[in-house]
Design a protein. Sequence first.
Length: 515
Amino acid sequence: MNSVKYYLINKWMLISLILFSGCFTSSITTEYNELHEAVKKNEKIRALTTDSTVFTFDKFSFTDSTLTGNGNQKKKGSSESFDTTLAFSNIIFIERLKTNNWKIVWLIPAAIAVGSGISYLSQPTEFDIRRPVEGSCPYIYSFDGSNYALEGEAFSTSISKAFESESYHILSHPKSSDHRVNIQIRNERPETHLINKVSLYAVDLQKAKYAVLDTENKVWPVHHAIPPESAFEQSQDIRNLIAIKDGIYWKPALSDIGPGSNFKDELQVQFEIPYVASDATLIIHAINTNLISELFRMTGALLGDEALQFYNALDQDPKLKSIVKKGIDRSSLKIEVKDHGVWKSVGAILPEATKIPFTRAIRLKNLTKGTLKIRLSSLKDVWHIDSISLDYSKVKELTKYPLELKTVNSTQPAPYLKEKISSNDSLYEIILPPNQLDISFDTTPADDMQSPEYLLGVRGYMLEWLPNRKDQSIVKKISVYNETDRIKLLKDLIQDEDLVLPMIYEKWRQTKMLE
């Protein structure tokens, strides 16, 4: 019986990663060195190739296109020694096996590795970076005339190439000067960012109070948003918490978490539809919690040496990808409306930011006069909601006018920057912490607008540097599975979450008590 319990607990420890898609956070200070430092110090490295073979190099050297050395190679459970040369164009990841708190993972796409890739990697870059205890993913900043202000967090659900996406953000702070808007995209996390495309658009608000993005990244003007007539969490009246955007959030209680819990938050709000309304914009002001840190802590302890294989499997294994997508879907905020007594889905909002509040909207269509009931639900304590409102104004989608990308600079020397981030293609700019991109756009097309607003799009994906610390409370529970193929376990066991989620939330409760 105990072995069965451990088997199921191990499964959910492993798939804890899939429940969210933000980035791990920590307060640890980490020093990063490059490949040539590993050579000088006779340190080991591990490489994952396109045929899913893992090479652990005891000794190695490198040129501008190859990695040569000896050690042990492993594929599909079999292991043997090697003395060989690998082309960088056939390598997906390189991991430095250094005794510290983090696994350093580099991604080497073939398009970058050939020629300029190793000159980029081999330049010594050291950082001593303090990670804030909250936040995730590439940070977006805009220049407000005096300073760079934080605007949002990009592609927060894109944890591998398989989940590459383009996220959009309406910027609150940019100030155009000399027909330019200046943007920064920073990597302030223990992860690798791969930027594919960065674009900026202008929209004209005209007489609207502000604009919102819906789940299809369409921009809608808001003229007169009204709060709900009622709002309840189960039987608790929470209308005063979510009636206005005031920085006071509805936050779910964690006291009811335990065996048998469905680990689900659910709110119901009610609006009265005037006879003149047919369509409306539902507006959500919210922020996501940092529960992801607990999930990644457990995941890192359990994946161990299979972190590289995990990322490779995400890109190549449809079943694993579907499991991850299921977790992302569960952490999203689902929106349903009641139609003739039946709850019908009208959309879902992806987790987006843990450090800065954000606003998203969903368009509701074909409304009829009378009472409109809306249900919002998600995985427990992922969402804290500032306000929920509805705008019945008769509006049209705002036109997005693309602006020309003028200049791109990086704190890390990199060739062809502008070409890499100008279009959705096979070229990426890699940003390692604490580096950033400084980008300017030409705002001349917005000069004649009555009330211009700017919309930034960032396309790409990221790779987490999973924590490498041993969590003995977890290791003891899975000691009987030390030789198990953990990726296979991750795919095969996708049920009985009640066994492990109470433990995750208990850890989360303890963390919150210390805040």
